[in-house]
Design a protein around this ligand. Structure first.
Ligand code: FES
Ligand SMILES: [Fe+2]
Length: 411
């Protein structure tokens, strides 16, 4: 691969080349602005449709940063709807579990019941209420939409744009990938001690791979012909961004890895001839394509390659606490060899993700020391630069107040 130093700054000169302030990762004031101007305003991925396949299937998701609990349910008509998980009577949380299947929801406090479409159906002792119209007291709905089987919600009662408008070019790029066929899923979830952006930023560059992952990936993304990992085909969109991670052409898999590669997608597998990738991903079918990273604002990412895709989502709990949800998806295995390949991938992903956790938490532990005030970014970290630009457009932390509202983006 030809290497032109500092190439991406010339492609995207408007982003500049200076250091980035650390404050957004340690400031409680910045966190409060993110809560109001990002997480309560934009589309957020919540689930896959396969998690609630049948009418009555529901899941409950605590969205701590938005100070709510979300009840996502598939109705009798097959439509997926989301509601605030809060009773209309005296505000009790309706479902206290993580999910299941039911015909209706019953509040445990005084027995009010709601159907799967959120309508209030049963009110014990209803004659004792005053001027009471049941039709006015259903569950509070949340805007919900589905793209390629990913269920998104928007906690803004009046979203300024549709999900498709919000996703824009990144949806164009990923449409055509067989997400619906890759139904074999495994997931890890952890509470980590860092700001959600410290965690999210780690996956926006491959620079760290040669160091943090040198045991798991000794020569997969760098080697003799590729001294350090490289991103290519970087595309920076209105809110989102994507790039391809280049694979080391000289990668020599271990004998065990070679067996896993033969029977399925593995995080470190290089592209082969036959491919499930749509023409928009690795369009030239270059042989050193590793995988495509697709960073969906604010807190989601989809890593796409032939045979598997994996996702990470980072849910803020506080300025220095985050829930990390990592998932990976593949075709269900058809035989024992493919099952082995899936299990190998599961172990490798787990090891790699744990390696990332170490630097995330250790980074956060010293960020507030004041010893340094800025992050220094190289050209291969431009996705991070772009993310903070988009974030600031929403948050307005550094913007001069205009009309008293800090000039937040109108989304
Ligand atoms: S709070 Fe739900 S029935 Fe009273
Ligand atoms: Fe990593």
């Amino acid at each position: 691969m030809k290497d032109t130093p500092r190439k991406w700054a010339t492609v995207y000169p408007e982003l500049g080349t200076g250091p980035l302030p650390i404050d957004p990762c340690i400031s409680p004031e910045h966190f409060e602005l993110e809560r109001e101007r990002v997480f309560r305003r934009v589309w957020l991925k919540l689930a896959r449709v396969e998690e609630i396949p049948k009418p009555g299937d529901y899941i409950v998701k605590e969205i701590t940063v938005a100070r709510t609990s979300v009840l996502l349910v598939r109705g009798k008509d097959g439509v997926i709807r989301a509601f605030h998980n809060m009773c209309s009577h005296r505000g009790n949380k309706i479902q206290w579990d993580d999910g299941g299947n039911c015909n209706s929801f019953e509040c445990k406090f005084h027995g009010w019941t709601y159907d799967l479409a959120g309508e209030l159906r049963g009110v014990p002792d209803i004659k004792e209420f005053f001027d009471f119209d049941k039709s006015q007291h259903g569950l509070t709905p949340i805007a919900t939409d589905v793209w390629q089987g990913f269920v998104f919600i928007n906690l803004n009662p009046k979203p300024a744009e549709t999900l498709r408008e919000f996703l824009g070019e990144i949806a164009d790029r990923l449409d055509g990938y067989p997400f619906e066929r890759y139904t074999q899923r495994f997931a890890y979830r952890a509470e980590i001690k860092c700001n959600w952006k410290v965690a999210y930023d780690a996956g926006s560059e491959a620079y760290h791979v040669a160091f943090v992952h040198k045991s798991s990936f000794p020569d997969t993304f760098s080697g003799k012909d590729l001294p350090l990992p490289r991103l290519d085909n970087i595309e920076l969109y209105r809110y989102h961004r994507s790039a391809d991670v280049v694979a080391n052409p000289g990668h020599e898999p271990t004998p065990v890895a070679a067996v896993a590669y033969r029977y399925g997608g593995v995080i470190a597998k290089r592209a082969t001839g036959a491919t499930d990738l749509p023409p928009t991903i690795n369009p030239t079918r270059r042989s050193d394509f590793g995988f495509s990273m697709n960073r969906i604002f604010p807190n989601y990412t989809i890593g796409v390659m032939d045979g598997i895709y994996y996702t990470h989502q980072f849910w803020p709990l506080s300025v220095d606490r985050t829930i990390w949800e990592g998932e990976a998806f593949a075709l269900p295995p058809a035989n024992a060899a493919e099952r082995f390949s899936r299990e190998y991938n599961r172990c490798m992903q787990r090891d790699v993700w744990r390696e990332d956790t170490g630097t995330m938490e250790h980074t956060q532990s010293v960020l507030a020391s004041g010893a340094k005030t800025h992050f220094i970014l190289q050209d291969q970290e431009i996705l991070i630069r772009h993310f903070y630009k988009v974030l600031e457009d929403f948050v307005g932390f550094y913007r001069k107040p205009e009309n008293g509202n800090g000039g937040a983006a109108n989304v």
